[in-house]
Design a protein around this ligand. Structure first.
Ligand code: GDG
Length: 458
């Protein structure tokens, strides 16, 4: 069997997982890599004065972790800059927040090229290479330039923007041209693949047909591979001592009230302010629910160096403060807003204690929290998942209450419906959701992608 080489910007060895918030990509890849004897290559998270290309190699179980340090300037311009100030907002349909800067672009190209130069000597002829996410769009092309002829696949964890938005990016054509040097591109959901098709067919006069994209005189396979969670591990975490203790503590603190839960990286794509406002609308429309319900929002800070994140944090603090000021009583606070990260097993206990989960991103490649919430529920008394239609997960999780997060009314109505839903309906919806979460787990996702990539003929 061929060796699998996974490449992502950051590498999070499994021992680091479970301690705090790490983000969806790291969760998924570490689960996947635990099961393979492959190599996981990426940035160490450390900086160096001058790039040396020196590889730090560590064996963890069957897998090998290979990391490289980057220059501080690259971290600023490639990672904070091009990846997180240009591409992330653009690919989440927020061109109002994009920052396009020539120096970001130059550094992005340099880092992709440096990754390729460092990785190439590690490769054996029948290795299958799987590149992850928007930090590394150009890696395939750079590897080809170095003469690498292996199969190389790319998976995009985030949405693909519509053509009208993508064309605001300087040198967008070159970016997409580079993608055509991969053998296979995977998207999280049909919607994102459609958006890609719109670009290929209307912007560059290419064609996507029967799972094959033609453009720039090249061809590659394209497909939809919705990512899942390590459901088994999550179900187990739910029975751990820490989960049971946290669950009991949470239950005690409910004091007979119903808990609505949100868990997110603190990111503007997650729609947190809109969520608070929808919840406020619910409180204002449903006076009888006041003091009988509260919203626990766990939002772990991320990308603190980026101004848009600082701004968002300030406006969220203000919204939570205002709503609490308006509705709180001396022994009830409507929003418990927490910026601490919890351990994974603790999180499982918190999920289980929540009567409803409010997962309302404005745009999200998939959203793993929705799946974790379902996996953590007590099947005999499950909570209700309220899910944004703009999360990739919505196309799979049809038995959730699907809402438009831009509509406060609709979200407020869904909250009311979730909190009054009878046991039979909750169990029916949950059983159907759980079946999908367990079946379409992270291992199935990675197996399907690697199988599709391995069967590409070069
Ligand atoms: C990107 C895409 C796609 C959160 N707080 C804590 C904590 N978390 C964990 C969750 C979950 C992960 O972080 C977040 O994953 P999401 O999928 O919800 O979101 P992104 O980080 O934006 O992930 C997304 C994903 O990639 C995978 O392809 O689904 O659409 O945006 O696992 O549990 N974990 C712990 N403590 C916390 O406080 N331990």
């Amino acid at each position: 069997m061929s060796r699998l080489i996974a490449v992502s910007n950051r590498v999070s060895p499994p021992r680091d997982i479970g301690q705090g918030s790490v983000g969806g990509l790291a969760m998924a890849l570490s689960a996947m890599m635990r099961e393979t004897s492959g190599v996981w290559f990426g940035w160490s998270g450390r900086t160096t004065d001058t790039f040396t290309g020196h590889l730090d190699i560590e064996r963890i179980g069957a897998m090998t972790v290979a990391t490289v340090d980057l220059e501080a300037q690259d971290v600023e311009e490639y990672y904070n800059g091009y990846a997180n100030k240009s591409l992330w907002p653009l690919f989440h349909y927020r061109i109002d927040l994009t920052d396009y800067d020539k120096s970001f672009d130059v550094s992005y190209r340099r880092v992709n090229e440096r990754f390729a130069r460092t990785l190439a000597p590690l490769l054996q002829s029948d290795d299958v290479i799987w590149v992850h996410d928007y930090h590394l769009f150009l890696l395939g092309r750079e590897l080809r330039r170095l003469g690498v002829t292996n199969r190389i696949g790319f998976f995009l964890h985030i949405p693909w923007p519509s053509r009208q938005l993508l064309t605001t990016l300087p040198r967008h054509r070159d970016l997409v041209d580079a993608l055509f040097d991969y053998d296979l591109i995977g998207f999280q959901a049909q919607d994102w693949m459609h958006a890609f098709k719109g670009y290929v067919e209307n912007e560059i006069g290419g064609l996507i047909e029967d799972g094959v994209a033609h453009g720039f005189g090249k061809s590659m396979q394209v497909g939809v591979f919705p990512i899942g969670i390590d459901a088994e591990a999550f179900l187990q975490a739910g029975h751990s001592d820490a989960a049971l203790e946290t669950f009991a503590r949470m239950r005690n603190s409910l004091a007979g009230r119903q808990m609505i839960l949100g868990v997110d990286r603190l990111d503007y794509s997650k729609g947190l302010e809109e969520r608070f406002l929808a919840y406020e609308r619910f409180l204002s429309d449903t006076p009888e629910a006041r003091e009988r319900v509260f919203l626990l929002q766990i939002a772990t800070p991320s990308r603190d160096e980026v101004e848009a994140y600082q701004d968002m944090r300030a406006s969220l603090d203000a919204a939570a403060g205002r709503i609490n000021g308006e509705y709180a009583t001396f022994d009830w606070v409507p929003i418990r807003y927490v910026n601490t990260a919890y351990r994974r097993d603790e999180l499982a206990g918190i999920y289980r204690a929540a009567r409803a989960a409010l997962i309302t991103p404005l745009r999200d490649g998939m959203n793993l929290v929705a799946k974790e919430y379902v996996a953590a529920q007590d099947p005999d008394d499950p909570g209700v998942l309220i899910l944004s239609r703009f999360a990739g997960a919505a196309s799979q999780m049809r038995e959730a209450l699907i809402v438009n997060p831009f509509s406060r009314e609709q979200t407020a109505e869904a909250i009311a419906k979730a909190l009054t839903m009878g046991l039979e309906e909750r169990k029916r919806r949950h059983a159907a959701l759980l079946e999908g979460v367990v079946r379409d787990n992270v291992m199935a996702w990675s197996r399907d992608f690697v199988r599709a990539l391995s069967s590409v003929t070069r």
